[in-house]
Design a protein around this ligand. Structure first.
Ligand code: HEC
Ligand code: HEC
Ligand code: HEC
Ligand code: HEC
Length: 459
């Protein structure tokens, strides 16, 4: 009985097999459209985590990571450019950790923005070599060899769908390093597209350019159905369709995450209509502790590193003609002659600004201390090897400028003598050097000044 059943099952299977074999050429099973989901950031500006200058902050890869982990991990994850905060040595150290963080988050590529493309070719090559995320750019060329400095394009296979990623950066309004040449983006694409098209089903261009630049590319390159931008003032208000291309851009220092969803139809070899969204990060999104670790690693490195800011020049005061050669003397020296101003200042948070950094273990991070100490980066100003000893906090001289000349003029003056020495003028312009963007609650001079008001007391 059992043997007969098995025998007939085998027979049935063989029959089905024969039927399917002959049926196959006539009735191919419908091939399902393949999903293409893309998540992307731009202008991350070194924000592995938000600075914490006030509560209610939005951004940080720590939050982007949380949002990504709530979504299927099968999509593309891309950075369009300017993930680097700047070209100084400490910012490059921070970028190395940012690359590790994005590697951990499953990023497939990081396109070079204008900041990355301002680095020397050798630095870019070294960063690319050690990075878990592919550094991408087809038009950042080595000035000596005229070949791409990093990977010009790559193909990512997502569940059978082959996606060709090409990176470009717009080369206007900024100067690359002498070791680098920025080729014209359209010219670069004209050359690269045929090659990539042969190896991929769909092309996605990571284009660090503005809205006008993106539209121009869409008008010329029908072969690129998806153009993702990043050199914009605001994230795209909606998904744009120009000719055969979908255009979406994002920006905002890790506060905005772009999402684009579509499907690839293998039969017609076209994309289905796409939908898009820009998700804004906010302070109710928990920060991913695993990503915070990369920020901690950066702080550890920076504490031990010898940096250019540790060896400032000896130029005169930055404002020509005012206080030449004046040096910083510290707020204690002002107390005797300006007691009321001193008392107001001492009670303000300015007088405790360095403690905030110590609390966050960021007291050796140049990207933080410049606003939490006195004269950092200026001749005679705060140096990291001063630790907590000297010129910490936002002192009188953070706003009024170095005061040694004033001190000398005032202490050596004879009774009745007219003193021509003047401190530099101060006003709202001074405040917003520190109170701006993510570093401050929205700044209104009248309201903020009210809390630290001081001055005329007939010293
Ligand atoms: C551009 C200047 C600037 C930079 C750079 C800066 N801060 Fe601040 N920070 C401020 C200002 C201004 C405030 C006060 C904000 C307010 O009161 O709205 C502040 C406040 C803070 C506070 C106190 C917050 C509170 O609610 O008690 C902490 C902590 C802090 N910053 C940490 C950092 C860290 C860490 C970094 C580096 C990652 C950093 N800051 C970089 C300007 C800056
Ligand atoms: C020996 C006394 C003395 C000391 C010390 C002193 N000042 Fe003055 N300061 C004066 C006098 C006097 C005036 C003129 C007062 C007036 O016009 O009301 C003045 C004026 C000023 C002014 C007004 C603008 C100007 O250029 O006259 C500022 C700002 C100022 N002082 C800041 C400071 C700071 C900051 C310190 C500490 C680094 C300091 N002073 C230390 C005596 C002193
Ligand atoms: C060198 C950078 C810097 C400058 C310049 C600066 N601030 Fe601040 N300010 C800070 C920092 C940093 C904090 C937060 C300190 C903390 O809590 O760690 C702060 C905090 C404050 C606060 C909250 C103080 C409190 O006690 O509640 C006020 C108000 C303020 N600033 C007003 C001003 C005004 C007005 C100006 C310009 C006249 C100004 N700041 C210029 C860095 C600066
Ligand atoms: C956060 C910035 C800031 C800090 C810190 C600060 N001041 Fe001022 N100070 C100002 C501003 C702004 C004015 C108003 C200038 C004006 O009215 O022209 C002012 C005015 C003054 C004046 C009167 C100026 C005049 O023209 O008569 C004196 C004196 C003075 N400050 C001394 C001090 C002393 C001393 C300290 C430290 C104990 C100090 N300030 C800390 C921003 C600051």
């Amino acid at each position: 009985m059992r043997r007969i059943l098995i025998a007939s099952l085998v027979g049935l299977a063989a029959a089905v097999g024969i039927v399917m074999f002959f049926a196959r050429p006539h009735q191919a099973p419908p091939r399902m459209p393949l999903p293409l989901d893309i998540w992307f950031t731009a202008d991350t500006s070194g924000r592995i985590e938000p600075c914490g200058c006030f509560s209610g902050q939005f951004g940080g890869l720590t939050r982007v990571s949380t949002v990504l982990s709530q979504n299927p991990s099968s999509g593309l994850r891309l950075e369009i450019g300017n993930a680097l905060a700047g070209t100084e040595d400490f910012q490059i150290l921070q970028f190395e950790q940012l690359l590790q963080a994005e590697g951990h988050m499953g990023y497939h590529a990081l396109n070079l923005g204008s900041r990355e493309a301002s680095l020397p070719a050798d630095t870019l090559r070294r960063l690319a070599k050690d990075s878990p995320v592919t550094l991408l750019s087809a038009n950042v060329l080595d000035a000596a060899t005229l070949t791409p400095v990093v990977t010009p394009w790559k193909v990512v296979d997502l569940g059978g769908l082959k996606i060709g990623l090409i990176g470009i950066v717009q080369g206007t309004n900024w100067q690359p390093d002498a070791s680098v040449i920025i080729a014209e983006p359209a010219e670069t694409l004209r050359q690269a597209i045929p090659e990539v098209k042969g190896k991929a089903d769909v092309l996605v261009c990571l284009a660090f350019t503005d809205e006008t630049g993106l539209e121009k590319l869409a008008k010329e390159f029908y072969e690129i159905p998806i153009l993702l931008g990043g050199d914009v003032q605001q994230p795209s208000p909606s998904l744009l369709r120009i000719n055969q291309s979908w255009i979406l851009a994002t920006t905002n220092q890790s506060r905005a995450l772009g999402e684009l969803h579509t499907k690839w139809d293998p039969v017609t070899r076209t994309l289905e209509p796409a939908t898009a969204e820009i998700s804004l990060m906010h302070d109710r999104i928990p920060e991913d502790p695993l990503i915070e670790k990369f920020s901690q690693a950066y702080r550890k490195t920076i504490g031990k590193a010898d940096l250019a800011v540790d060896h400032p020049g000896t130029a005169a005061d930055a404002i020509p003609g005012v206080n030449p050669n004046a040096t910083f003397v510290g707020s204690q020296s002002c107390m005797a002659c300006h007691p009321k101003s001193f008392a107001t200042w001492e009670k303000s948070r300015h007088a405790h600004a360095f403690e905030s950094l110590v609390r966050k273990e960021s007291d050796t991070d140049p990207s933080c201390i410049k606003c939490h100490v006195t004269g950092f980066g200026e001749p005679g100003g705060y140096l990291r090897n001063m630790g907590k000893e000297k010129l910490v906090n936002v002192s009188c001289e953070s706003c009024h400028g170095p005061a040694s000349n004033h001190l000398e003029a005032r202490t050596t003056a004879k009774p009745g003598e007219t003193i021509f020495q003047k401190m530099r003028p101060v006003g709202p312009g001074q405040c917003i050097q520190c109170h701006h963007g993510e570093f401050s609650r929205p700044f209104k001079f009248e309201e903020f000044w009210e809390l630290i008001k001081h001055g005329k007391e007939g010293a």
